[in-house]
Design a protein around this ligand. Structure first.
Ligand code: SF4
Length: 377
């Protein structure tokens, strides 16, 4: 029987308790092996060990292995586990304790801001973003991409390829994937799967990405294409099936986990239906909570006063080098600088970011656009 686990903003199907238990025991074993621990990481790993071995105390930040982390960890050789835990701890706990060190726990790189879909809940429906003349649309230059990856390698371990647009439509997508190969402990690619050719499947699998996320919100028509406008469920199903076939035929030991993830937008969607259609095809099925991305600048104020966790979790570098704290602010009103004029490290620690964090911490969120309307906490 499938277990459904709610964690953060995720509802996961196909998350089994035994996988989480296995990951926990592998994590504790790896931490005990002193030869695997890089100097400087001992204190954080001691906290990881302590948290994994004890029950959470109220009002304290407690590190857990969530289902998607457990699945990634279980695919990893023991030698990489301590580093993975160190960076997973930064990703999960720093946003709670509001700490930041030299680099963001996660970097989102946007190969393309252009998308072939117009999903109803997405900022791609806003002509302000998509009108050519406004300058927001484009593909990342390959040298800029390589420069970002070079600065991130060894400093940021969670990298996601995607943001406002569809990454697989970048004209040099395969080259991007090749450049990423084996460089990060957690490389994730988000795609709507509509343009997945055989070649692109090989490029993703050869990069040894940890997770590929196929965005799909429904298990049947017309529900699917009523949300994923320009999409076609049969085509998406075929492409995801092809990906799985290529993975099992050519890469039987692939570390790449496949996930279908949808936005929970309408009452007609159910995780059970999703699991029935997609569960047999991919490793994980999930929903993420809806945020009014399509209306970030005009929706009603959220009245949330808590600081936004993303300010301590991740930074976005868009196709033209703009650095932004999130993609809810898809028109980049909160821009914190430009890459490569400012290095990744200096962007993350720079004045613009620190001011934004300080304003959130001093209860000023309701005076910042679009933070005052946003539901991310
Ligand atoms: S708009 Fe503001 S509150 Fe929302 S995700 Fe971005 S930084 Fe956080």
């Amino acid at each position: 029987m499938t277990a459904y686990i709610k964690s953060n903003s995720f509802v996961h199907a196909v998350a089994e308790q035994k996988d989480i238990d296995l990951a926990k025991s592998r994590a504790l074993e790896a931490i005990e092996n002193k030869e695997l621990i890089t100097p400087g990481k001992e204190d954080t790993l001691a906290k990881v060990k302590n948290d994994l071995s004890s029950s959470p105390k109220p009002d304290t930040a407690h590190f857990h292995l969530l289902p998607h982390s457990a699945a990634e960890l279980n695919k990893m050789p023991e030698v990489r586990i301590p580093d993975y835990l160190f960076h997973r701890y930064r990703y999960d706990i720093f946003p709670i304790t509001q700490e930041n060190d030299n680099y963001p726990p996660c970097l989102q790189i946007e190969p393309s801001s252009i998308c072939n879909f117009r999903c109803v809940f997405c900022y791609q429906t806003d002509a302000e973003l998509t009108k050519k003349i406004n300058g927001h649309m484009g593909f990342m230059d390959i040298d800029l991409f390589k420069n970002i990856v070079d600065q991130a390698e060894g400093n940021v371990e969670f990298v996601t390829l995607a943001s406002r647009g569809e990454p697989t439509i970048h004209p040099k997508f395969n080259e991007l994937m090749e450049y990423l190969r084996n460089k990060f402990l957690g490389l994730k690619i988000n795609t709507n799967a509509s343009r997945l050719t055989e070649e692109k499947c090989h490029a993703i699998l050869q990069s040894n990405a940890s997770t590929v996320v196929f965005s799909a919100d429904a298990a049947n028509e017309p529900l699917y294409s009523s949300m994923r406008v320009n999409g076609n469920l049969d085509q998406t199903l075929t492409n995801v099936e092809n990906f799985q076939e290529i993975r099992s035929k050519h890469y039987p030991k692939s570390p790449t986990i496949s996930r279908v993830s949808g936005v929970k937008f309408s009452k007609d969607q159910s995780i059970e239906d999703m699991d029935q259609t997609w569960g047999g095809l991919v490793d994980q099925v999930a929903f993420v909570d809806y945020n009014p991305w399509e209306n970030s600048y005009e929706c009603k104020p959220s009245n949330i006063t808590e600081p936004c966790s993303d300010l301590w979790r991740r930074m976005f570098i868009w196709w033209d080098g703009k650095a932004n704290p999130c993609d809810v602010d898809y028109l980049s009103k909160l821009k914190v600088g430009n890459f490569p004029e400012i290095s990744l490290r200096d962007l993350w620690q720079g004045k613009a970011y620190q001011n934004l964090r300080a304003r959130h911490l001093s209860n000023d969120r309701d005076k910042i656009e679009p933070c005052r309307r946003c539901t991310v906490i």
